[in-house]
Every structure is written in structure tokens, then in C-alpha cells.
Design a protein around this ligand. Structure first.
Ligand SMILES: [Zn+2]
Ligand SMILES: [Zn+2]
Ligand SMILES: [Zn+2]
Length: 715
């Protein structure tokens, strides 16, 4: 075979013979040609390829890859380039020879471009599941749902109001033990944007706000003031007090009431020569006459001054204590009450139906994605009232051991603007018709905030007498302590309403009429349910019931003060047709005081509901001004007739009615000229670049051809 090849006249002839031979061999051993090509292509020949060299060197010296420490993004990009180079170059040595500087480790890693990049340093805690869960738990503990929205990623979510500053939330044991406060803050920013500090006062009950921001501030100030004042007169005045606080772990921040009471007591008994009856056998430093008596080392001339200061301090501290007690009681009552109501809603006793409801602020229509000034500001914007409720009931197969609860959320829209007890009670009756289970209702609990449309004798009469008689079951009424109570519980519902309406706006769907809003909400909730089957079952409908013919109210003796009770109930009476009513004060029912009452008929209290004006609806916005015939008038024309004397010479005044067209044109022309100028400049620059590139290319072409010719002559 070699002898044939030897006889070929030139290199080309020899190559032709060899390729023919390979073609024949391919028939015998398919794939042989590819194998040969691979062996020939590798190593030396590629290492001398000028194109590869230019390309690889260029990639290796890309500016973003030159930093001593690469960002995660750049790292990812370089990994990707490494991978491409690894695919193109025969081996790492070849790649290095071609100017792609890459180490053994990087070369090895280059085969997995998708694998996670470790940017170096300690792994960040803020994306760890466990850390996120710990922070979320701490935040849940210290927050309550609000009805406002915030943007999380691309989605609108219902915001939650923090009841503590983030620095306090950080102190939760699971959180502060697992990350630094800086990481905690960064984690909040990255994953927990929906937990926000209260922005509006309405997120906060007024009393609780006053306690935190006013009363406690005054208490701290007063204590500091008298500590300094009395300490100036007698240096060791508070020594025993501080020891007592340290020994009993008493602090103002944790037990404000107790601290203030004892602080006052300590001062008022400081000059007694023996402990008071209460403290006779206790460790409390009561009666420290020893410190000021003759021979104690205390300057006797200052005893009178000390006594005067003590009297003034006592006076101020007692007044503050009384104030503080009221607020502390409010907070305490709220916590106790909300715990009982929470338990009731979360797990009602078998046979009990719970209805929690509240009013949402009015929504206005139309809601258009492009609102004109008129739509925004005209009084003609119509109002829609929204009432929301949660109905909790046991299913038919539910048992005490294995409770199975059915929860239904209701959104009722109407143009009736009354938020009175009369209307609210009507809606409660409507809601009770929407029960989802056939199970017999043995007890009904009506839960609400303590606003005037709920906590009134009229409502109590309705729930405890009318509903009792209508459903033949015992009824309980529970009120939250805060006016903002319902926000603590399930009325995130209104947040969802906003979420759906916001989504409509973003999808450019216009809502003109109340029924549009009902439909939008229905489909919005259906969509939520579809994308997340765990999301709640929401019934949304419109109710325009007529004014009831009759209403009753309770006439009670003076000993029931409805504004001081958070829980009432009724049981059938054996003696009369109307039930017995009991006042329990709080929902955990510490007492049951029978209420002495009789029913008073109120008759028909109103002739008609207050209704948003709807006769025009959409027409009000679809304006098409028509020319006015001599007899036709519009509001504007009449206004003109009435007011024309006040603006004389209106017709003589020169003012373009539309934006001045000439000026408009001049501006457009100017802009056009500017655009043209910049385009021309860009074109020139491009052409210049192109010319430079072409000249470079031709020179490098000649370089490479000379290089290859020299190498071929060498071989
Ligand atoms: Zn090449
Ligand atoms: Zn409060
Ligand atoms: Zn005492």
C-alpha cells in the first residue's frame, strides 16, 4: 500500500489517494472516518489555529472576569464560558496554549455550568429555609393582619402590621440565636416585605397607642425625675429599692403597673419606722426611717426638704398610677377577650355556629384603570358599601373527638349606605341563610367589634330575642375590646377584596356598576381558589333588601351598662315567652348576671335606606356634548348665563381653547431635528468603526496566512 502512495507526484495526490482509501475503509468499518478526524483534529493542529487563539485569548481577558473576587453573576457567566471552551478545545493544555488561562479545578468544574455557584465566604443565612421559618414564626407572633395591601414581587399581598419594633422581634430566642441582627434585617427585606410597622393610626387601637406612646412615656419620665430629685437629697435613697428590683426581677418595662405601685409605696413609706401591715413579714424594703434618723449620718437640716419632695412625688405618682391602671386594664381585657374569641372561632364547641362580621370602608365606583379628573373628583362618584362575614359551622359528620369545620367567607355589596344596627342586623339574617351544612344549630355566637352599629341595645334585642326565637337555639353575643378588633381575626377578607380589585385595575378592567364589582370579585375569588385550592371559600353577592317593617330594642334597668359588657347570652325561660338574658362581662364568662329587661317596639325606624345615587351610572361618564338648540340648556350653559357678569369680556379675551397648534408644531419640529442630528452622528460613528475594522481584518488576515504558510513549509 505504501508503495502506491510513494509514487504519488505531489502532496495533494497523496492526500487524494489516502482519502479514497479511507472512503473504502469506511464501508468496512463504519465510523472510522469520524474517528480519524477526531485524532487528527486534536492536539497540535488546533493549538496552532489562529482563529481559536484569537477567540480564546479574547474570552480569557474579558474585563468582567479580571477582578480578584467575582460576583456570583460574573462567576456564573465565566463558568458558562469555561464550559463552552471545554467543549471546543481538545484538552486543558490546548486551551491554555490558545491563551485561555484556566486551572485544573476550574476546568473540572466547567462540565457542570448549572451547578450552584459559591461566591466564597461564609454561606449566607438569609436564604436558609430554617432561618426564614424562624423569623416568620417570630413575626407572626408579633403582628396582626391589616386590610392594606403591599407589593411582594409581582403580586399584591395583604400586609400585616407589626405590634413590636423589628429590633424587639429579633430578640425571639430562635431568631437571635441563629443570625446576626444585620442578617435579620436583610432577611426581612428579602422575604418578609408584608410585615410592616404600623403606618396609620387606624392600624392601632387609640387606647393601645396612647398607652405606648403617651402614658408609658410620662411614667418613665416621672420615675426618672423623682429618682434624681430624691437621690440628690439623700444619696442612698433608692439603694434598697434597686436591690429589691434586682432580687425580685421587677422591671418597669415588663410589669409597669406593679413597678409604679411599689415605687410609690416605697417612697411614701420611706420615712416610716416600721414596715406597713402588708409588708410586715416580707422582704419588701418598707419603712426605712433608719436612713434619715438622728445619728444615721443624714444631714438633719435636709429632712424637711426630703419630706416635701416625697409628698410631691407621691402625689404625682399616684395620679399616674391611676391613669396607667385604666390603660393596662384595657390591654389586659383585650388580650383575655381576644383569646376567648379566638378560641371560639378556631374551635367552636360541637353544634355551635359562629358568625363574625364587620363593615369595610366604602368603595367607590367607577373604578377605571384610566381615571379622568372628573371620575376622580366629581361628587358623582358613587359609593358601594361592603359588609364581610365569616361563618363557622360544624359539618354533619363532625364529632367532638374529630371536629370538621366548614368555613364560609361572605362579601355582601350594596348601594345602601346605612351602617346602622338596623341594617347590620338585617345582613346578619341574610348571612345566616347562607349556611352550608344541614347540621342543627344548637347555639349561635354573634361576634363583632364593639362599634356602635354592633354594640347597642337594639342589636342585643335582635340577637338575643329575635334570632333566639327565629332559630330556636341559645344565642351568645361577643364583642372585641378594640374598635379595631376584627382586624385581629379573619377579616383579612377585606384585604383580599382589595387584592382582587387591584388586579382588575392592573388588567385594565373597568368597573362601572355595583354588579360589575360583584362579578369581578366572584371571578377574582374563583381565580384565587383555582391557583391555590387552600384559599378560602368566598361567597360574594349583592343585597338590596327593603327596610324592615319593625325593630325592637331592650329596655333594661340601670345595672346593665352595655358599653361595659363584652359578652351576653340568652336561654329559654320557663316563665315567659321571651328568653332570659345574662350578662357575662367577658367571653370566658366569669359571671352570669341575669338582666332585667322588657322589649320595646321601635316600629318602622326609617322610611328608606340612604342609597348612593345610581340613576345615571355609566351614562354620567359617557359624555358626548351635543350642540344646544335655542330652547336647550345644560348645567354649563345655565351656569354661564347666571355668572357671565362676573367675568366680563370673556369673548374678547385671547386664549387658545386647545393647546396652541402652532407652538405644538414648532416643538415637534425641534424634536425631530434633534433626533435626526443624533441619528446622523451615530451613523457616521458606525461607518468609521466599520472602516477601521475592515482595515484591521485585512492586515490580520495577511498575518495569519503568512504564519500558516511558514508552518506548512516547516513540516
Ligand atoms: Zn480553530
Ligand atoms: Zn387597644
Ligand atoms: Zn409596705
Amino acid at each position: 500500500m505504501w508503495s502506491t502512495l510513494e509514487k504519488s507526484a505531489s502532496c495533494e495526490d497523496a492526500a487524494a489517494v489516502l482519502s479514497k482509501l479511507l472512503g473504502v475503509a469506511e464501508k468496512q468499518w463504519p465510523g472510522l472516518q469520524d474517528m480519524m478526524r477526531g485524532q487528527l483534529g486534536s492536539g497540535a493542529s488546533q493549538a496552532q489555529c489562529a482563529t481559536c487563539k484569537k477567540l480564546f485569548t479574547g474570552l480569557s481577558t474579558l474585563a468582567p472576569f479580571q477582578a480578584s473576587k467575582l460576583s456570583a453573576d460574573n462567576m456564573r457567566a465565566r463558568r458558562y464560558v469555561d464550559n463552552l471552551v471545554k467543549g471546543a478545545a481538545a484538552s486543558r493544555e490546548v486551551a491554555v496554549k490558545l491563551g485561555y488561562n484556566v486551572g485544573r479545578q476550574r476546568w473540572h468544574r466547567a462540565s457542570e455550568p448549572e451547578k450552584d455557584i459559591n461566591a466564597g465566604g461564609r454561606p449566607s443565612v438569609i436564604n436558609k429555609e430554617a432561618a426564614i421559618a424562624a423569623v416568620r414564626a417570630a413575626l407572626e407572633d408579633k403582628s396582626q393582619p391589616s386590610s392594606s395591601l403591599c407589593k411582594k414581587g409581582d403580586d399584591w399581598v395583604v400586609a400585616k402590621t407589626l405590634t413590636e419594633r423589628p429590633s424587639r422581634v429579633y430578640l425571639a430566642p430562635d431568631v437571635c440565636s441563629s443570625m446576626s441582627e444585620t442578617s435579620f434585617r436583610r432577611l426581612l427585606q428579602a422575604h418578609m416585605v408584608e410585615y410592616r410597622r404600623p403606618r396609620l393610626l387606624t392600624d392601632y387601637c387609640q387606647h393601645c397607642y396612647d398607652l405606648d406612646r403617651k402614658v408609658m412615656v410620662d411614667v418613665r419620665k416621672a420615675i426618672q425625675h423623682w429618682r434624681e430629685g430624691l437621690g440628690n437629697v439623700m444619696e442612698n435613697y433608692f439603694q434598697a429599692w434597686d436591690a429589691h428590683c434586682a432580687a425580685t426581677n421587677l422591671s418597669l418595662e415588663e410589669q409597669a403597673g406593679l413597678y409604679l405601685r411599689d415605687f410609690e409605696h416605697y417612697i411614701s413609706k420611706h420615712d416610716a419606722n416600721k414596715p406597713c401591715a402588708r409588708h410586715q413579714n416580707s422582704a419588701f424594703p418598707c419603712g426605712l426611717f433608719e436612713l434619715r434618723k438622728r445619728g444615721s449620718g443624714f444631714d438633719q437640716k435636709r429632712r424637711h426638704e426630703l419630706h416635701e419632695q416625697e409628698a410631691m412625688a407621691g402625689h404625682e405618682l399616684r395620679a399616674l398610677y391611676k391613669l396607667l391602671l385604666g390603660y393596662l386594664h384595657h390591654r389586659e381585657a383585650k388580650e383575655v377577650q381576644h383569646a376567648s374569641i379566638g378560641a371560639l372561632l378556631h374551635n367552636p364547641p360541637l353544634g355551635t355556629v359562629v358568625l363574625l362580621s364587620d363593615w369595610k370602608e366604602l368603595e367607590t365606583l367607577p373604578q377605571c384603570w384610566q381615571a379622568t379628573g372628573d371620575q376622580f373628583f366629581a361628587q358623582a362618584r358613587h359609593e358601594v358599601s361592603i359588609w364581610g362575614a365569616e361563618l363557622v359551622e360544624h359539618s354533619v359528620q363532625s364529632t367532638a373527638e374529630k371536629p370538621d369545620l366548614v368555613r364560609t367567607q361572605l362579601i355582601v355589596l350594596s348601594t345602601i349606605l346605612d351602617h346602622t344596627a338596623l341594617r347590620t342586623n338585617q345582613l346578619i339574617r341574610v348571612a345566616l341563610q347562607r349556611r352550608q351544612t344541614a347540621r342543627k344549630m344548637e347555639r349561635l355566637c354573634i361576634v363583632s367589634d364593639c362599634g356602635p352599629h354592633y354594640r347597642s341595645l337594639e342589636s342585643c334585642a335582635h340577637h338575643l330575642v329575635t334570632l333566639h326565637q327565629a332559630h330556636g337555639c341559645s344565642v351568645e353575643v361577643h364583642f372585641g375590646c378594640d374598635p379595631r378588633f376584627s382586624k385581629h381575626f379573619s377579616l383579612m377578607l377585606f384585604g383580599w377584596v382589595r387584592q382582587v380589585l387591584q388586579r382588575c385595575k392592573e388588567r385594565r378592567e373597568d368597573l362601572w356598576e355595583p354588579d360589575d364589582m360583584v362579578k369581578a370579585l366572584q371571578s377574582g375569588f374563583a381565580e384565587n381558589k383555582k391557583s391555590n385550592p387552600a384559599s378560602p371559600h368566598v361567597l360574594c353577592f349583592r343585597d338590596q333588601s327593603p327596610v324592615p317593617d319593625n325593630a325592637v330594642t331592650l329596655q333594661v334597668t340601670k345595672d346593665l351598662k352595655i358599653s361595659r359588657s363584652y359578652c351576653l347570652s340568652c336561654e329559654p325561660s320557663r316563665l315567659r315567652s321571651t328568653p332570659n338574658i345574662y350578662d357575662h362581662v367577658f367571653s370566658h364568662k366569669p359571671v352570669a348576671i341575669m338582666v332585667d329587661y322588657y322589649l320595646r317596639d321601635l316600629g318602622k325606624t326609617t322610611e328608606s335606606w340612604r342609597v348612593g345615587f345610581w340613576s345615571k351610572g355609566r351614562d354620567a361618564w359617557d359624555t358626548q356634548p351635543q350642540p344646544l338648540q335655542p330652547r336647550e340648556e345644560t348645567t354649563l350653559s345655565r351656569r354661564y348665563m347666571a355668572q357671565k357678569e362676573y367675568i366680563p369680556n370673556m369673548l374678547a379675551r385671547k386664549r387658545a381653547l386647545l393647546p396652541d397648534l402652532g407652538e405644538h408644531l414648532r416643538r415637534r419640529e425641534k424634536r425631530l431635528a434633534r433626533v435626526r442630528r443624533s441619528q446622523k452622528a451615530r451613523q457616521e460613528a458606525l461607518q468609521k468603526n466599520l472602516r477601521e475594522l475592515q482595515s484591521q481584518d485585512s492586515s490580520s488576515d495577511s498575518d495569519s496566512s503568512s504564519g500558516s504558510s511558514s508552518s506548512s513549509s516547516d513540516s
